[in-house]
Each structure stands twice: as structure tokens, then as C-alpha cells.
Design a protein around this ligand. Structure first.
Ligand SMILES: C[S@@+](CC[C@H](N)C(=O)[O-])C[C@H]1O[C@@H](n2cnc3c(N)ncnc32)[C@H](O)[C@@H]1O
Length: 275
């Protein structure tokens, strides 16, 4: 079957999509030729691209497990993507079988995938929504059915905010979400950085994504730290100071060993909204 025959209604297969490219980096099947060609161009100058995607998945899974072990029973996962295995509800429900997860993404392919993936799973819901519309996303009927705003929430913005340019103020958008969440809620956030990368790799990554459905905006450590203003950052591993770190390091038993080349493409932290 050709890509055109396989493409679900509403899915544009003439322009690469970050969700489908990410799926390709992770070895998934929910991608098309246009995505694979774009992703291969990234890999040509960033051979650790797949490692970066896996390091980011590791951060998501470890942070969700940590949040569930610290009493969080409801999660809002914005920019949830397409991964087929070990998703947020798997990590949360492995600790707390009653945990609920609301997935949201603005890519139509993610909805198609989510409908298959979540069929028959309990405590999960999916909605097509855009991170840049906090009030719309939080007031949506599906959100109100899934999330109890009187109780703490785990807000997951994992490998998402680098798709939002400075002009759209991703820092202010996060504050608008946090203003609606109960004290004791947490945010887990990872964001791409070019801090320790070559100009060539950064140039290729940004150029390839500029031709996709969402451009990439890499940020410095200080710019990522700014997301956690007013929040209490959790120490990322046993014995560490409370700080932003690389994605491979978070929750690692041996952070030095986990700090791979791919890990250094994104910073992350988990932080709590104070009482
Ligand atoms: C790199 S994937 C990350 C997936 C998952 N969060 C993870 O870390 O494994 C980024 C996802 O963010 C979604 N995305 C990008 N911009 C978005 C926006 N403005 N609103 C909602 N989702 C968005 C993309 O469609 C894609 O699925």
C-alpha cells in the first residue's frame, strides 16, 4: 500500500510532522516517507538523534513513576506523541492502578494512533488540543470528565515547549496552566538545547524542522530554568541538589553513566507548585 492509501483522513503526508518523525526515531511504524526523509537528514549530522529520543522517553517514564510514588493520581500529558510502548498510563498505573491520564496533542495522526492504543485501557482519555490554548484545553469537556481540579495534578510537558517560539511565550503559557492547578501539583518538563552541540548539528536540526509542521526552538539552561520560576524543583537523583539536569540523568542510579550524547540535547526537571 502506498503512503497516500495508508494516510488517515485529515493527515497531511506532504509535510513532515514532529510527532511522526519522533515515532520514526523510536522505531515506530506511524510515519510516512516525508517524515523518514526529514528524520534521516537530522541523523546525518546528529547521529545521536535516536539516543536523544530514547533518553527523553526514559525521563518521561522515570518522572511519571516518581510522581505516582509521591501520590499523584491524575496526569495531563500535553504533546503526548505516538509512542507505542511504556506510555504515561503504563508508568503511572504500574505504581497506582487507579491513576488517570489525559493525553492531548495537536497532531491528527496522534489521535488516530491514540484511538487504537487506548481502546480497552482504563483511566485514560485523549483529546486533540493545542498547548497554546491553556484555557480551552483545561475547560474542555474531556478534561472536566477526567481531571479533578481540587486535587494535585502531574502536568507533563515532555519534549513539547521547544515547538513553541519565544514570541508565543511558552513560559507565560505554563504559568496559565499552573494557575488552574491545585497546590501540590507538579510539572515535569523537558526542552531541547543546543548548549553543548556543534553549530552544524544545531543548524541541521533547526533547518529540517523549519520545513516541518512545527519549527524547533532550542533553549539555553537559563531559559529552561525560567520555566520553573516560583516552583520547588525536585532533586533529580539521590544526593543531588535541586536543579535542572540533562534528560538521561534524571532519576538515574548512575547519572554519570546515563549522561550520554543524546541525553545532552535536552534539559529537564520535575517541580512542585507550593502550598
Ligand atoms: C517530540 S514529541 C514528544 C512526545 C512525548 N511527550 C514524549 O516526550 O515522548 C512532541 C509532541 O508534541 C506535539 N506538539 C507540538 N506542538 C504542540 C502544540 N502546540 N500543542 C500540542 N501538541 C504539540 C507533537 O505533535 C508531538 O506529538
Amino acid at each position: 500500500m502506498s503512503d497516500i492509501e495508508q494516510a488517515p483522513p485529515g493527515v497531511d503526508i506532504t509535510v513532515p510532522s514532529p510527532a511522526r518523525m519522533y515515532d520514526y526515531f523510536l522505531g515506530g511504524k506511524d510515519n510516512f516517507e516525508v517524515d523518514r526523509t526529514a528524520a534521516d537528514k537530522v541523523v546525518a549530522n546528529m547521529p545521536e538523534a535516536q539516543d536523544a529520543a530514547w533518553a527523553n522517553r526514559g525521563f518521561l517514564q522515570r518522572s511519571v513513576g516518581w510522581l505516582a510514588r509521591h501520590g499523584i493520581r491524575q496526569f495531563i500529558d500535553v504533546g503526548a506523541g505516538l509512542p507505542t510502548m511504556n506510555n504515561t498510563h503504563d508508568a503511572a498505573q504500574a505504581v497506582a492502578p487507579d491513576a488517570r491520564v489525559l493525553y492531548a496533542d495537536n497532531d491528527p495522526m496522534v489521535r488516530v494512533h491514540a484511538e487504537k492504543l487506548l481502546a480497552g485501557s482504563s483511566g485514560t482519555a485523549f483529546m486533540t488540543a493545542d498547548f497554546r490554548d491553556p484555557e480551552g484545553l483545561l475547560a474542555h469537556e474531556v478534561t472536566r470528565e477526567t481531571i479533578d481540579f481540587t486535587k494535585p495534578v502531574g502536568l507533563l510537558l515532555v519534549a513539547l515547549v521547544h515547538f513553541v517560539p519565544d514570541e508565543e511565550d511558552p513560559w507565560g503559557l505554563l504559568q496559565r496552566y499552573l494557575s488552574r492547578l491545585a497546590p501540590g501539583s507538579y510539572v515535569a518538563l523537558s526542552a531541547g538545547t543546543g548548549d553543548r552541540q556543534s553549530d552544524r548539528a544545531v543548524g541541521t536540526l533547526t533547518s529540517v524542522y523549519s520545513k516541518s509542521s512545527a519549527s524547533v526552538h532550542l533553549r539555553t539552561r537559563a531559559e529552561v530554568e525560567r520555566f520553573f520560576t516560583g516552583l520547588e524543583i525536585v532533586p533529580p537523583w539521590k544526593g543531588a541538589a535541586a536543579k535542572v539536569c540533562y534528560i538521561g540523568e534524571w532519576g538515574a542510579e548512575d547519572p554519570d553513566a546515563a549522561d550520554s550524547d543524546g541525553s545532552r540535547w535536552a534539559y529537564c526537571a520535575v517541580a512542585r507548585k507550593p502550598e
